[in-house]
Design a protein around this ligand. Sequence first.
Ligand code: DMJ
Length: 643
Amino acid sequence: MVFRKLPGVSASGMGLRLSQKFVFLLFLSGLVTLCFGALFFLPDSVRLKRIFLSKTETQPVTVGSGSENDVREHLKRPKDQEHPRGMASVKGETSTKLKSLSRKPSVSHEATEERLAGGKAQEDLTLLRSKTESASEKSTSSDHGATSDTFSYKKFKRCLLRPPLGTDDGKPSDPKTNERREKVKEMMKFAWDNYKRYAWGKNELQPLTRNGHIGNMFGGLRGASIIDSLDTLYIMGLVEEYNDAKDWVQTSLDLNSNGEASLFEVNIRYVGGLLSAYYLTGEELFKNKAVELGEKLLPAFNTPTGIPRGVINLGSGTSWSWGWASAGSSILAEFGTLHLEFVHLTELSGNPIYTEKVMNIRKLLNKIEKPHGLYPNFLSPVSGNWVQHHVSIGGLGDSFYEYLIKSYLMSDKTDDDAKKMYYSALEAIEANLVQKSPGGLTYMAEWRGGILDHKMGHLACFSGGMIGIGADDGAPEKRQHYLDLAAEITHTCHESYTRSATKLGPEAFRFDSGAEATATRLSDRYYILRPEVIESYMYMWRLTHDPKYREWGWEAVQALEEHCRVESGFSGIRDVYTLTVSHDNMQQSFFLSETLKYLYLLFSDDDLLPLEDWVFNTEAHPLPIVRKSCLQDEATQDKTVSE
Ligand code: DMJ
């Protein structure tokens, strides 16, 4: 090795020979590397570590909603870090591709469906990582503990007005109706048996290829069809099947997954499904699992406003906004569809945190200015402001409105804020969105900054039922009007079915360019076993007992049997307007949870899950009305007895 001699400095300066200097330098550089490496093994709290490594680590976010610290911390972050739109991966984690414009925006199958149908342009569906810090979130969730023993199942049962399953499991006295009900039960058994045979433990059955589908919606959680089916199997009296499902929950439902989940989907399907299973059966297992899972969702709320982000890693607690949601926003139908389940998590665990989280969302939404009284679909979880003025009762907005009226009903009609918010939202919807077609059909248009899009999604068809169940608590002079509006919307949705060749309705139908309740775009023609139209038939039947709703439900049963039943299960179809059907190879879990349950209820007596005692979450999982005063009285009585 040759060293260039520096002028005036001898190679043997300081009395060291060249080889000795070399060894010394080698030793020194080794020491420095060792010390630097050791920094990585120090605990996070050591200051030195923060000085040296701060640029590569995410910053902790204070637990709680909207603290000044959170806001300042957030504002410090560079813009490009804030919205890394289109990033393929962040810190080596793979991004997920997801569909955007649907009531349930996250089912990847639907994205595939759209690609196959070749219509809508694919959007940038990449996930946007939030800046929430997993370490602080972990400690948040571990602080909240699991279930407490403050909840008494016996007391709860005594506070119900009627037995959940009615006098005779809701069996109708009319033989024709009973036959129809039995048919629906057979469909459930067929869907379940095939799921069990070919896809057991996976999320959905792919009935054509006879295998299971896992997808990317549930953060590595499995068995979505099992959790979604528990209550349906139970109310239908499919005992053996229910027991298999329960055993699977006991032995195989692993909540320690580490994947990216949709907060909304996990909440409505898993938390909702487990809660219902508990309330119906009293099995502690379901309660414990529901609360354990609920805890894992809490870190998603650690944003400056407390408005949760849409995606959460169930293992680390890190959360993101959907990549396709404009400017890192959260979606109204997602953060607005947590209230029912979270209130019940508090009831069961005795931990107020769940209710606090959703009440904080409520407060913000109540306070914020609303364009024409409407709630746009996108809200920034950082600033708490609307990001775009797109309003829809279908995809992206829908179940927010549903949860307002159901929160009121579920609170035993004590939640006055929910009531006020619901009825003023409904007034704004009527004033701005409700339209009448030239052919006399009432429909809900979408609103884009004041411009109407004369399109109604299948998802928006739930609103017939929603307006129906809310009719009675509206202003006295409006009650009949609301019931009529609910009937008109349900009628329009039925028309969207009858105007197709298969008698099943398209994903979206239009009322422009000569169209009346029909899809004009190829990409809107599919039907993926969705429940919303049948859901409205069920509510309208309970509210009016007009036999037409049962007839319409039966038409749907026949169409499902004819076009969606395949050898090994039920499948969605790609085009409702052609009789040479093409199947999409997916038996959605909501088919078992919602579509078949609503059909079964439609052909049952009203005392099966009576509406005086139960509200259905947006995945059709029944949750009981919380009768605070009764529960308290019961508690006092219990105390007196034991004294
Ligand atoms: C279900 O998962 C729920 O009803 C959700 O609210 C929206 N869509 C699907 C069924 O269409």
